[in-house]
Design a protein around this ligand. Sequence first.
Ligand SMILES: CC(C)(COP(=O)(O)OP(=O)(O)OC[C@H]1O[C@@H](n2cnc3c(N)ncnc32)[C@H](O)[C@@H]1OP(=O)(O)O)[C@@H](O)C(=O)NCCC(=O)NCCS
Length: 179
Amino acid sequence: MFRKKVVLRTGEEILLEQITGKESAAEFQRFINSFNRERAYLGNDRPLTVKEEKEWLSEAASKNKKGSMIYLKALADGKLIGDCSAERGKFKAKGNVLVGIAILKNWRGKGLGKRMLSEVIALAKKKWEPKNVYLTVAENNAPARALYRSIGFREIGRWPDWINQYGKYEDVTMMLLKK
Ligand SMILES: CC(C)(COP(=O)(O)OP(=O)(O)OC[C@H]1O[C@@H](n2cnc3c(N)ncnc32)[C@H](O)[C@@H]1OP(=O)(O)O)[C@@H](O)C(=O)NCCC(=O)NCCS
C-alpha cells in the first residue's frame, strides 16, 4: 500500500496514503459535502448521507484491494484534507485511466493538488501502463483546468450544456495527458 510524507512549499507536512477500508465514513462525508456547500465543481448535486458515503467508500476500498483503482487520501495531522483517484476502465476500456482530485478550500494553492495528482498518475502508469490518462472538467472550473494544464493535460473534446451546476447547465471538457 502506498504511503508517503510530503512537505508543501509552506513547510507543512502531509501524509499521502492509499485508503485501507478502515476510514471513517462520517469524516469522508463531511469532506465531500464541504465541496457541495461551497458549490464547487464536483459530481454531487446534493449533500451525501453517511450511508451513501459508506457504500461509496467500501466500493472504493474493494476496488483498491482488487487493483482496479488507486485512491489516495491526504492527511494533515491525521485530518482528511484531500483525495485523489485513478480508476482503470473495464474490458475494452482497460487501457484508459480516469483521474480525479479534490482539496479542501483552506489547503488550496499550496501545491498539494499538483503533488497528489502527479503521485497518482505515476502510480497508475507503473501499475497499468495505460494508453490514455484522461479526466473530465467543467469548462469554467479555472483552478482545476490550470492544475491539469500544468501537469500536461490538453483538451480533446467538449460536451455542450452537459452538467447541471446548481441550476445552470455548463459545458464539460475531456482532457488527455500528453504522452
Ligand atoms: C482544482 C484543485 C484540486 C487544485 O488544487 P490545489 O492544491 O489548489 O492546486 P496547486 O496548488 O497544486 O496548483 C497547481 C497548479 O494550478 C494552478 N492553480 C491552482 N489554483 C488556481 C487558481 N485558483 N487560479 C489559477 N491557477 C490556479 C497553480 O498556479 C499551479 O500551477 P503551476 O504549477 O504552473 O504553478 C482545487 O482547487 C480543488 O480541490 N477545487 C475544488 C474541487 C474541484 O474542482 N476538483 C476538480 C474537479 S474536475
